[in-house]
Design a protein around this ligand. Structure first.
Ligand SMILES: [Zn+2]
Length: 298
């Protein structure tokens, strides 16, 4: 009986701007900044945010599990609870369980930027490598464009003008809409981070005073977000319940590993309606998982 992990690979398309905040205020040019990858400084959605939203939405679909097992008011911690087994639990007196679905961070793989040729989606060799797609990196002042990008030797990405060094870029990435692949642009790893950070959505908003229903005094603030139409990639590692014990019992005795996978899928399918991250009441956060059946069809 070999220990076997399933690594489920998910692709997702932002239907709204997505704001997953750092919790810090006033860091640089915006009041509410989003989470970034250390080292590359590229924004991401932390796995904990994905897992938290998936947990809540999966719990809503199982009778008696919301809000307790969603994390609001105490996990049941029962070995037959698909929510607590899939996403983990902690109960008083030091009893806790890690959860059999582990979510990675969601990384940007195609990032929309406006250009004279209309919207294009920028990517780089480093992110494609993770998807087992190998490419030749252009120089920092150059791009390789896909066939759907009309250009005449130069292409601007936002304010940045670059030379077109090739026009047969054709990344083979499953589940990503062909319209996006046809309008994709390869830039160097170094330029990718700059272009992403220069083209994030920044919005200005005001806090509403709940007493009066009007704008609160001095409450104008700015926040940044991943723009609508960016494409992200994340993985969920599924462990098999037969190798674990909760209260001396094998968890999900009747459902097994497939029940863990099904619970993840049920949570992910609500991302496109209920969203991830903050500012959901301001029209933010909806994220369509493009292949919710990565772990097999129900
Ligand atoms: Zn539970």
């Amino acid at each position: 009986m070999a220990y076997q992990l399933n690594v489920l690979k998910y692709y997702a398309l932002a239907l709204d701007p997505i704001h997953v905040g750092t919790g810090g205020m006033r860091l640089g040019r915006v009041d509410l900044s989003i989470v970034r990858e250390p080292g590359t400084n590229i924004p991401k959605i932390p796995g904990t945010s994905l897992a938290g939203a998936a947990r809540a939405y999966a719990a809503m679909q199982v009778s008696g599990k919301f809000p307790g097992c969603a994390g609001q008011g105490g996990h049941c911690g029962q070995p037959d609870c698909p929510i607590c087994v899939t996403f983990g639990f902690s109960k008083g007196s030091g009893i806790s369980f890690q959860g059999l679905a582990q979510f990675s961070d969601a990384r940007l793989i195609f990032f929309p930027v406006h250009s004279l040729a209309g919207p294009v989606w920028v990517t780089c060799p480093h992110v494609l490598e993770e998807l087992s797609v190998t490419t030749t990196a252009p120089a920092d002042n150059q791009v390789h464009v896909a066939s759907g990008v009309q250009q005449s030797g130069k292409l601007n990405l936002g304010w940045l003008m670059l030379d077109v060094a090739g026009n047969n870029f054709a990344p083979q990435v499953t589940h990503v809409p062909q319209e996006i692949l046809n309008r994709s642009v390869l830039v160097s790893n170094k330029m990718f981070g700059h272009i992403v950070n220069d083209n994030l959505e920044v919005r200005t908003s005001v806090s509403i005073d709940p007493q009066t229903g009007a704008a609160a005094e001095g409450a104008l603030f700015t926040y940044e977000a991943l723009p609508r139409a960016c494409v992200l990639y994340f993985e969920v590692v599924i462990s098999d319940p037969k190798f674990y014990q909760i209260n001396g019992q094998q968890p999900l005795n009747t459902g097994g590993k497939q029940q863990v996978i099904d619970t993840v899928r049920e949570g992910l399918t609500l991302f496109e309606f209920l969203g991830v991250g903050g500012m959901n009441t301001r029209g933010m956060g909806r994220l369509r998982v493009l292949n919710p059946n990565a772990g097999g069809t129900p």
